[in-house]
Design a protein around this ligand. Structure first.
Ligand code: PMP
Ligand code: GLN
Length: 380
């Protein structure tokens, strides 16, 4: 037997809950993926690109057409420019981009600040690099960052902060002031930043997504990570991208070329085709998903759950203390088996105990599924 490098890591909660949902024939509101199709022209573009023979290795950093489209979208949606040759790398999923950024930058003994509830892929990457994850908690009620606590937690060994906005699993978003504070602390203590912005286009109620790329000093020390899976409803295509200044990107690419070498060629070309033909598409997503959030939340208004409508992402937290005092992991399994609704227990995203009784529900689902799920939840 080998000595495990990740002795405390099991199979992810997303895989476990989706399998259980499948086994039980439950409505699967657990793992985050749409149950509806991707835009037809995007699917057609992939068929066309495969049939036309674009089936060999892409350039290591990604196909030029796609990197140019990414740069054009950055101007369109965030008002900032970047160099597609040196500052953008297409990766086989945001997960790989995050792994490569951490592996490239973290040395044994380096500390990385994370905020609980924290997306599950960050800590194993830090551990494999020999770093130490330092977990801070988002504030219990509104899941905000306590910057005073961040400042107090920085030590001479702190090398990096990982932020995620819009935030999975809580749906909270960082404000411009949050980013200014992040910039101030990162500059003061010479820290690197990974900014996980995979839900950048899913921000509701007329609010804006703020990217680290929009603050020039912060940008100089940040890797911003995005996922086509979220924006174009193709999570199974496992394609995303990372944007970072030239020096940081050069280091990321050294790792990326030996983890995966390249992302999938025809998928990249199909995405480039679709982005060129329909540049406005990402701008339609906020209204589309807000309508789903509102449908789900309104249908739950007669339930005994407490909820604050999500500010972003396609996840909605339900607080269930009036319904049950069963721990969330047990309850998520129980409800999958007994009432046929799978959700994600959020205590798994905390290093220490979680502050409340929350389950996460994905509302990237057809309206009839959301209505059936809320009907069942109202009866509990
Ligand atoms: N970060 C967050 C916060 C996510 O929810 C996800 C889920 N897909 C990822 C990263 C990974 O994205 P990808 O599927 O592109 O690897
Ligand atoms: N990001 C998705 C979620 O939060 C899941 C991705 C995965 O299964 N690793 O549900």
């Amino acid at each position: 037997m080998i000595e495990s490098k990740l002795p405390h890591v099991g199979t992810t909660i997303f895989t476990r809950m989706s399998s259980l949902a499948h086994e039980c024939g439950a409505l699967n509101l657990s793992q985050g993926f749409p149950d509806f199709g991707a835009p037809k022209p995007l699917l057609d573009a992939l068929v066309r690109r495969v049939s036309a023979g674009h089936n060999q290795y892409a350039p290591m950093a990604g196909v030029t057409e796609l990197r140019e489209q990414i740069a054009a979208q950055l101007v369109r949606y965030r008002g900032v420019t970047c160099d597609p040759d040196t500052e953008i790398t297409v990766v086989p999923g945001a997960t790989e981009g995050i792994f490569c950024a951490i592996t490239a930058c973290i040395h044994p003994g380096d500390e990385v600040l994370l905020f609980d509830p924290c997306y599950d892929s960050y800590e194993p990457a830090i551990a494999l690099a020999g770093g130490r994850a330092v977990h801070l908690s988002l504030t219990p009620d509104n899941f905000a960052i306590d910057w005073q606590q961040v400042g107090d937690s920085i030590t001479p060994r702190t090398r990096m902060i990982v932020v995620n906005s819009p935030h999975n699993p809580t749906g909270a978003i960082l404000s411009w002031d949050d980013l200014l504070e992040l910039e101030r602390l990162a500059e003061l203590h010479d820290l690197l930043v990974i900014s996980d912005e995979v839900y950048e286009h899913l921000v509701f109620d007329g609010q804006d997504h703020h990217s680290v790329l929009q603050l020039p000093a912060l940008r100089q020390r940040s890797f911003a990570v995005f996922s086509f899976g979220k924006t174009y409803s193709v999570t199974g295509w496992k394609t995303g991208y990372c944007i970072a200044p030239h020096g940081l990107m050069a280091e990321l690419r050294k790792v990326h070329q030996f983890v995966c070498f390249v992302a999938n060629t025809p998928v990249q070309l199909a995405l480039a085709d679709f982005m060129a033909a329909e540049p406005d598409y990402p701008g339609t997503l906020a209204d589309f998903y807000q309508a789903k959030r509102d449908l789900f939340c309104q249908a739950l208004s007669s339930s005994r759950f407490n909820l604050a409508p999500s500010a972003g992402t396609y996840f909605q937290l339900l607080e269930y203390s009036k319904v049950s005092d069963t721990p969330d992991q047990e309850l998520a399994s129980q409800w999958t088996r007994e009432i046929g609704i799978a959700s994600i227990p959020i205590s798994v995203f905390y290093q220490d105990s979680s502050p409340g009784h929350y389950l996460r529900f994905c509302f990237a689902k057809n309206d009839d599924v959301l209505l059936e799920a809320s009907d069942r939840l109202c009866k509990i």
